[in-house]
Write a protein that binds this ligand. Structure first.
Ligand SMILES: [Zn+2]
Length: 123
């Protein structure tokens, strides 16, 4: 059986915050609100449950992007606690809010390619 839903196509379209089915319609109607039906192709995007996966992946990414360099390059050892918190906490908050919609789109795109919908089990 030939697959007509390539994983990286769905992932890429989702990361671009586009409908994974057509790549033309917007996936979100708000910051993280999925449009139930794609305005371009009519695909029912609300049936792909992203649930807690996007926050987990975002936490993993932000942890590696912010705290990893801080530990590797020793910022935390030389900065005061106040300086570390005043720089790292806003960086973590901003990066989390920036990455979360893209990660959620990527998760939905991956679910589209793997045909994971509500009621089919995991994710
Ligand atoms: Zn579409």
């Amino acid at each position: 059986m030939a697959r007509d839903r390539a994983f990286f196509i769905g992932l890429g379209r989702g990361l671009a915050r586009r409908c994974p089915n057509c790549g033309a319609g917007a996936l979100f109607s708000g910051f993280l609100t999925v449009q139930p039906v794609c305005p371009a192709c009519g695909n029912e995007n609300s049936r792909y449950p992203s649930d807690d996966v996007p926050p987990y992946v975002t936490i993993l990414l932000v942890g590696h992007l912010v705290l990893g360099p801080a530990l590797i390059f020793g910022f935390i050892e030389t900065w005061t606690v106040a300086a570390s918190l005043s720089i790292l906490l806003p960086a973590i908050a901003i990066l989390t809010l920036v990455l979360l919609p893209f990660v959620k789109g990527g998760v939905i795109g991956a679910e589209w390619s793997l045909d994971i919908t509500r009621g089919t089990g995991s994710f």
